[in-house]
Design a protein. Structure first.
Length: 155
């Protein structure tokens, strides 16, 4: 990259986008950490932050270059569909048991975290992250103590 192109960059926008991407990463990290330590699936410390980063980046790009909320909503729908596909890969069926549904749902939620951050809706992203982490950490204990019928093994 030549010096003229480097000087022509909008450094304010670069730092603003970096700020958003770091927040998305930080909010997704605990979810990836939980899945990494508690599961044998491939989704964990790398997948969750990358899903948040990707969804945030796609929305930041859409917000910057598209000129209508209709176009932005199509990008949002595409992100949700793509993340659903990634989450579907985390679900494993073996005989009568199904595993990975909590991981798949968490991946989808992580995409929502990234999109909320891109829209400066940090309060939504924070609540989604905290509630998702709480669900992954404490619902298995509550479920085991309540002796509820099993939905399937979900690591």
């Amino acid at each position: 990259m030549n010096e003229e192109a480097l000087l022509g960059l909008d450094w304010y926008q670069i730092w603003r986008h970096l700020y958003h991407l770091i927040i998305a990463f930080v909010l997704a990290f605990p979810l990836g950490w939980d899945r990494e330590k508690g599961s044998e699936s491939g989704a964990g410390l790398r997948t969750f932050p990358l899903v948040a980063l990707g969804s945030c980046a796609f929305m930041l790009t859409a917000i910057a270059v598209l000129d209508s909320t209709d176009a932005e909503s199509r990008v949002l729908a595409g992100i949700l569909t793509g993340i659903g596909f990634i989450g579907g890969g985390a679900i494993l069926k073996g005989g009568a048991s199904v595993a990975g549904t909590a991981t798949a749902a968490s991946i989808w939620n992580t995409g929502a975290i990234g999109m909320a951050v891109a829209w400066d809706r940090f309060e939504i992203a924070l609540v989604l992250s905290v509630l998702n982490f709480f669900t992954l950490q404490f619902m298995p204990v509550i479920k085991a103590n309540a002796e509820l019928p099993q939905e399937g093994k979900d690591a």
